[in-house]
Design a protein around this ligand. Sequence first.
Ligand code: ATP
Length: 772
Amino acid sequence: MQTEEGTSSLQLWIPVILCAHFFSFSFLLHSWNLSRQGNAFLRLFSKKTSRKPSTEQLHQQSTMAPAKGLLRSRQLVSLRWFDLGCCYDSSNPHKVVLKGCYGKVCPGDMMALLGPSGSGKTTLLDMLALRKSLGKLSGKILMNEGPYDRASCQRLTAYIPQEEVLPPVMSCIEVMESWSHLVLPESMNKVERRRLVDQVLAALGLLPKKDVLVGGELPGGLVLKGLSGGEKKRLSVAAGLLRQPAVIFLDEPTTGLDSHSSLGIIKYLSAMAAAGHTIVASIHQPRALIWSHFSQVVVLSQGCMLYSGPRSRLVPWLTEGLGYGPYNPIKHGVEADWVLDLVNIGFNKPKRYYGNSMHNEHHVEEAAHLFLSKYLSEHGHGAQDEAPGCTLSCSTTLQNSVSVHGVSQAAAGAVMNPASCTPQRVLALPGRKSDICRMTEDHFRLTERGVSWWTQVATLSRRELLLTTRNPTDVAGRTLLFSWVGILVGAVFYPRGTALSRLRSVGNAMTVETIAFNLLPYVYMSLYTSEKRFFIADAASGLYKISAFYVAKLLVRLPFAVINSLSMTLTVYGMAGLRIGGRNVEWGPAIAEHAVISTLGYLVASQVIQLSAYLTTNQDAAFMVAIAWTAVNLLLSDTILRFFYFTMTWFEKLKYLSAMWYTYSGLVRAQYLHSQYNCSSGLASNYTFTHLLPKLLPNMQSLQNPSVQRQLVNPAGNAMSSCLLDGGSVVEYFGASTLSSQHICICLLVYLIILHLASYAALHASVKTLRR
Ligand SMILES: Nc1ncnc2c1ncn2[C@@H]1O[C@H](COP(=O)(O)OP(=O)(O)OP(=O)(O)O)[C@@H](O)[C@H]1O
């Protein structure tokens, strides 16, 4: 045991601050370059993205024609649905948003879901894609006249949502390559993979923009320049199409796009349909050329199905079959516009312009009834047995409902009409088996099985690294913040006086450090809530396993979290003049103990923020949960409020729940244990420990004696050769745990593991309870 004298001469904080700033500024420069000259910078850092598009690719881009051999569907999939319904019984009266909806779509078909806003298009699309979890659902869906479950849906279909969720700091090509590693077979070589990516990008007119960042608002509020809204939409479609699944669901793929881009997407989808894919898209006011690419149409209004069948028979049915109209192409424009006006009962329709039109719910329901009778008479009696029509209330529809998920084979057989969907047009396509994307059947089998967990982790780690390092408010901003807080705390507690006189101020420095480590992770909240948004979007597409996502995040984020923590803790350690280790401490130098314990404490606090974001549905709620934890932790940490002030003594037992108490105890033990302080020149009057002595020596009445008190104030003057204060008493005074440092570390580690397990479970639950 050695006596602590004077202040720490360890000027460790200078290199720590310099390194933290160098580290932060290099990442800041990185991000600044990206936002300023995105393309050039990306080319500097990525050989892969430096290739210029070939003349052939640019030609493809200009015509937006899909490349030959790219689109051939390897599996032909038809869907048939019976009496689909959706009702929200949370409101009163119950809200029926879809009822009595029938239809079929075959390989080679391109089906448009048409209807006024709120008519139920997205609801129907979500139900067909088995993504709907909200509301009471009823009806049946068959895939290739057999069962249709979530597994086959994920394997054989892709869903491209209306709102794109793309990482703002990645370039087009990086987004596509990242997707390609998640959805294409692992055995596919780099050249093939790249060719496919380029072809899809070219077909959607994005090849010249491939090195441009997606852009948009970063978590934390910074806005990065990047693709336009329409280009983002096209990129989202391109990513969804990369796997070339048998069935593609698109929610308003052309909304927000200029007419050329819309046509480009529709042409591409049309070519996919011609190659055997099944396309279902909800669509708003398509122009004539776009409308002409659809072969099948479902018309919805007020949740009722007014038509489901070939596009060519839509207008004849509405005019000749129901007596609406007449339809005049010169006066009314595209068929789709006229149909939308006809079925929309939300506005005044002058007869001289619209002729006979629908004006109220009764008209809509009557039209739905008439169409359903016709549909059922044409499509077999199996379906008719199930037909409730369009006038039933929510509750009666649901009484006899069959879940759309997990239709049994027997149930399928009962309603099946084998003659209803023969994809002859596609089966007749030449070379179907031999030239599918120039890949082998094995490749397809692999694609449909999905890539391995390790590949998912590797791909997601790469993506996470880009997201983390390119966001200026992330790695760079946060390291600077931690360093500056460290400098501030260090400056406030910068050593003055002897080690003895600073016992209290060093203790305060550690209290402030512990509290700062519990508050600083709040700056990560926006990151966690935004990453959850991305994750939910990907999870809805079944892109990867939750565990792969979690492990990738952990692998990438952990080193940066440790750097943040060290940049602060070592700065405080050096500037506040904490003890230099290497003496008879419990294990390792004191500085190592301090760094490990404070970092563990910080990781626990960060994990609580992450857990709060995963547990809750929005950022405000996440803040509330996290703040509640911090407040309780602080209260039980015996730092700001000392337990000996409490009247309810049992309260002290709760300190074992406080991660902050373990951290603070660990720091105090590392600082004071196994050290002695020279008090021969007196126990400092301003930070006196004389009140400790009666406690330490309870039987010594003489300690109350005034001369003894004097002696304590100036022991050397009373001819005592030496006066030593044991660090153990100081540890006791600060109320630190009696657990050893190793045990404190184990407690914090267990705490951290429990929080990780809870975060993983919360993420899992958020996917399971995905409300759509
Ligand atoms: N969770 C919900 N609770 C109650 N009603 C809902 C819920 N979700 C959707 N709706 C209602 O369901 C109806 C159909 O919505 P849906 O999104 O399917 O319409 P849409 O035809 O796709 O509309 P748009 O073209 O505007 O996207 C709307 O009236 C909507 O308000």
